[in-house]
Structures are given as structure tokens and as C-alpha cells.
Design a protein around this ligand. Structure first.
Ligand SMILES: *[C@@H]1O[C@H](CO)[C@@H](O)[C@H](O)[C@H]1NC(C)=O
Ligand SMILES: CC(=O)N[C@H]1CO[C@H](CO)[C@@H](O)[C@@H]1O
Ligand SMILES: [Zn+2]
Length: 461
């Protein structure tokens, strides 16, 4: 401390004021940090390391200003087919512009979901690969990104992967993500799978997050609350899978499964599929009824999660499942033993569960190999139970309605967080580039695994 005159004149008062100021600023910053790091944050994963900060932290890699794709005329190219690295994150407008450039350059079919977001944006996507063209009755893999606004690099990872895949195919080259390389023959094999992709599934929330640096997770619907944290619904708690958690889960776990409080980060909305963004994802699943793989791309914690997220798995008792209300009072308790006393586990047939896991293990291995950071592959419930999530919903569809197709579903939590930022979901420039490589490897491996399970050229039209 400097030895100034006021200090020497009034040592005690100055010291006290200084102490009070410091104490208040710590309180304020701890509050900011807490808003980002929820105890109930599944994406925060293995319970995110809680940290408080003594001073304002950086917001990580900056968001792009302007439009690097120049109104849909400059075609994006990912890290997998060039040696450069990126210094800024794609803005919501750039994701859209890059998508348009890709679609017009490679001439693939695009769609817009028939719902408009609260702020009037659309949710768009495209189909590439396979030989079915626009025929909907062909097996496909569905990649969805950026459902959580603050998970920066999610839309980018998907858009740049599709860019690499199409560039490598057209130019007869392979793809390289860090230490993970794929030949041009593998690129062509991967493209025998029909791919449906939606890079920006929460455009309102993402735009808000990018312009406010507020570590925003939800969408921007003001129906249940119009200011501060009360705005918005957690889209990944709004799907039709044991959504009504106050009824469907044990009371001891209900408060961590989702929330009925609009100010919560995990507020599940006023009804199942109350939000245009979740309606749009359901619409994609309905429109392409042969989707066999679904990946929702989140950050962070270095995990590849497979179903279920509602409770631990079991394959012995088919009647012990999310549709059976007998188990409402015990669902979500992970420490019990299914079949013993009131113990409950979520049912998957043995082979399906093994298949869910096997592809997850392949994805995790590819991500780990890309940059040498170890990804954990585990059932989603092992983090803690959840309700209304996109992965469980997609996988549950064929149980709820046996006329629907089996969808193997995954939540990928890319990256390991930025501990130097007030919002750990904001990667540094270096982390952003490493994350993009791991994401690319994850998608590439999913497609190759899909071919190995019989999806390549599986056209029934
Ligand atoms: C629900 O579980 C109970 C208790 O095990 C069982 O008796 C019942 O048959 C199940 N209901 C259905 C519809 O499977
Ligand atoms: C394939 C799979 O995830 N199996 C798991 C089912 O649940 C038991 C009990 O938690 C685990 O031991 C298995 O690994
Ligand atoms: Zn998330």
C-alpha cells in the first residue's frame, strides 16, 4: 500500500474504508460468478469448479464484427482443411451468412422450421450427404447446435465441420483435426450418411449473450418474466420427456432436475414444447422420421453423454420406465437398486444400451485423440438427473410411440471451460480453436460409426 498523506493522517478510517470497498466488490463479483455457475447446471457438468473473482475477468475470444462471409458470398472453410486458426467467434449474423454461402456454393437443400422465435428470428437448417436428396424416408444423422446461448463456439463447430466435409469432398483431400486425421476416402464414406444440421437453434438467446456478455443460457421469451433473470426458458428442459418433474420425480431430487421458477437458469417453461425453438427441433425429428442419430452440442466439461438422463439405466424390467406413473415418487434417485424395494432405473433394451454406449465411446476417443484432452463417456444421469432434455426426448420417442424410429441420442459437452473468464463458457482464442478441432472429430467419428452400423446409403425411398 502506498504511503500517502491521507493514510498517515487517518490511518484507521482509510483502512476501514478500503476494507469495506473491497468487501463490497467481492460480494458483487461473487454474485456475478454464481449467476453463471449453477449447482443444478448439467452442462456445468461434473459440478463446475466454483470460483469467485477479485476483479473483472475477460470475456474470452471476441465476437466477430461485420460479416466475414460477406452476405453469403464467401464460403466458410473449417480448421480441418487448412492450417490457419480463427481469432474471433461467429456472430449470429455470421452463422447465418456462412450457412447461406455454403448452401449456395455446394447447392444443398435447406429448410426453415415453421416457427418464429420471440424476437422474430427463424431456425434454419440443411441436408447434405446421402443419396436420398430431399427424400425424407432415408436414415439420417441430425446435428443440432447452440441450444444454450452462452456456449460459445457451438454453432461455429457445426458450421465449420460441414464446411470441411464439403470442401474435402469437392477438392479430393482429407481432413485433419489436431492429431486426428481422416483420408479423403473416409470423407466420402462419411458423406454416404444423410446429415440434417441446424447450427443455430437459439438465435435470440445467443444474440443477447453476444451483445451483453451476460453468460446467458436461456432463450428470450418474456411471457413468464420480463426483466433480468426472469426472462427466458431453458430450452433443454422444455422437451416432452418427464417434463412435469414436480410429479414425475422423487421430491428429494426434483429441485435439481429443472425449475418452475422463471428466474432460474433451468426454468422449464409453461408447458411441454411451449417454445418455438424446441418446437423446431421436434419438427425436424418429425420431418425426417428416419433420423437414427441425434447429437446436441453443448459446452463444457469434456463429456460425451448418452441416455438416460432421468435415472440410472437398467435392462431387466421393461415396465420400469418413464411412462409408468407407479415410479413417479422414486424416479431420479441414483443410489437405489432397480428391482430392489422401490428402486427405479430407466429401461433400455440390452442391445440398444450397448449400441448407445459404443458410438459414444467412439466419439469420445476421437475427441480425446484430436487435442490430447481426455473426454469422459458416461450415461447422462451420472452427472445428475434431468427432465425435459433434448437427448432423452429424441431417444424416448420410440418407447412413447412404437411407430417411431429408434434414435441414438447424445449430448456432447465440448471443451473444459475458461477459468480466467467471469463466464467459463467463453473460450479463449486458443481454447476456441482447440474446441473446434475436437467438435470436428466428434462429428466425423459419428458419421463413420453410423456407416459401420448400416446407415451409409440406407435409402428406402
Ligand atoms: C408399472 O409398474 C408396476 C409396478 O412394477 C407394474 O405392476 C405395472 O404393470 C407397470 N405398468 C405398466 C403399464 O407397465
Ligand atoms: C451401458 C451402460 O451404460 N451400462 C451401465 C448401466 O448402469 C449400470 C449401473 O449404474 C452401470 O454399471 C453400467 O455401466
Ligand atoms: Zn448446454
Amino acid at each position: 500500500m502506498s504511503n500517502n498523506t491521507s493514510f498517515s493522517k487517518q490511518p484507521q478510517l482509510s483502512y476501514l474504508l478500503n476494507f469495506i470497498m473491497k468487501f463490497l466488490s467481492i460480494l458483487a463479483l461473487v454474485a456475478v460468478a454464481k449467476a453463471c455457475l449453477l449447482p443444478e447446471e448439467r452442462d456445468g457438468g461434473h459440478l463446475v469448479k466454483r470460483k469467485s473473482y477479485w476483479r473483472r475477468q475477460s470475456n474470452g475470444a471476441p465476437i466477430g464484427t461485420g460479416d466475414r462471409f460477406s452476405g453469403g458470398t464467401i464460403v466458410p472453410q473449417g480448421l480441418g482443411t487448412q492450417t490457419t486458426s480463427f481469432s474471433t467467434i461467429l456472430s449470429v449474423a455470421e452463422v447465418s451468412s456462412g450457412f447461406e454461402a455454403l448452401a449456395s456454393s455446394y447447392d444443398f437443400p435447406t429448410f426453415t422450421a415453421p416457427y418464429t422465435t420471440f424476437e422474430g428470428r427463424t431456425i434454419y437448417g440443411g441436408t447434405v450427404g446421402g443419396s436420398a436428396g430431399t427424400c425424407v424416408n432415408a436414415y439420417r444423422a441430425y446435428f443440432n447446435a447452440n441450444i444454450h446461448a452462452r456456449e460459445r463456439g457451438s454453432a461455429d463447430g457445426l458450421l465449420y465441420f460441414i464446411s470441411d466435409l464439403l470442401y474435402a469432398n469437392k477438392n479430393g483431400v482429407g481432413i485433419r483435426y489436431g492429431s486426428k486425421s481422416y483420408t479423403n476416402a473416409q470423407v466420402k464414406t462419411a458423406l454416404t450418411v444423410g446429415i440434417v444440421f441446424v447450427p443455430m437453434s437459439n438465435p435470440d438467446g445467443t444474440n443477447y449473450d453476444q451483445t451483453s456478455n451476460s453468460c446467458w443460457r436461456k432463450n428470450r421469451n418474456t411471457k413468464s418474466g420480463s426483466s433480468g433473470a426472469s426472462v427466458g426458458v431453458d430450452l433443454n428442459r422444455n422437451f416432452d420427456f418427464v417434463w412435469d418433474f414436480t410429479t414425475k420425480f422423487a421430491s428429494s431430487v426434483a429441485s435439481s432436475v429443472a425449475s418452475t421458477n422463471p428466474s432460474s437458469e433451468t426454468y422449464h417453461g409453461t408447458a411441454v414444447f411451449s417454445e418455438p425453438e424446441t418446437k423446431a427441433i421436434k419438427w425436424v425429428l418429425d420431418t425426417y422420421p428416419m433420423i437414427r442419430y441425434f447429437i446436441d452440442l453443448h459446452s463444457y466439461t469434456g463429456d460425451v453423454l448418452y441416455s438416460w438422463g432421468s435415472d440410472e439405466n437398467q435392462s431387466k424390467y421393461a415396465y420400469m420406465n418413464f411412462l409408468n406413473s407407479t415410479y413417479n415418487s422414486v424416479r431420479g434417485i441414483l443410489s437405489d437398486t432397480p428391482g430392489s424395494g422401490s428402486g427405479y432405473g430407466e429401461y433400455s433394451p440390452t442391445q440398444e444400451l450397448a449400441d448407445n454406449k459404443a458410438v459414444g465411446v467412439r466419439i469420445g476417443a476421437a475427441m480425446s485423440a484430436a487435442a490430447g484432452r481426455t473426454y469422459t463417456v458416461t450415461p447422462a444421469a451420472n452427472l445428475y438427473p434431468t427432465s425435459g432434455a433434448s437427448d432423452d426426448y429424441s431417444y424416448s420417442r420410440h418407447f412413447a410411440n412404437t411407430a417411431l424410429n429408434l434414435v441414438h441420442s447424445y449430448t456432447i459437452e465440448f471443451g473444459f471451460g475458461n477459468s480466467a473468464s467471469s463466464c467459463p463458457f467463453y473460450p479463449t482464442v486458443a481454447q476456441y480453436n482447440t474446441n473446434l478441432q475436437e467438435i470436428g472429430a466428434a462429428y466425423m467419428e459419428t458419421l463413420l460409426a453410423a456407416v459401420d452400423t448400416g446407415l451409409g446409403d440406407a435409402v428406402t425411398c
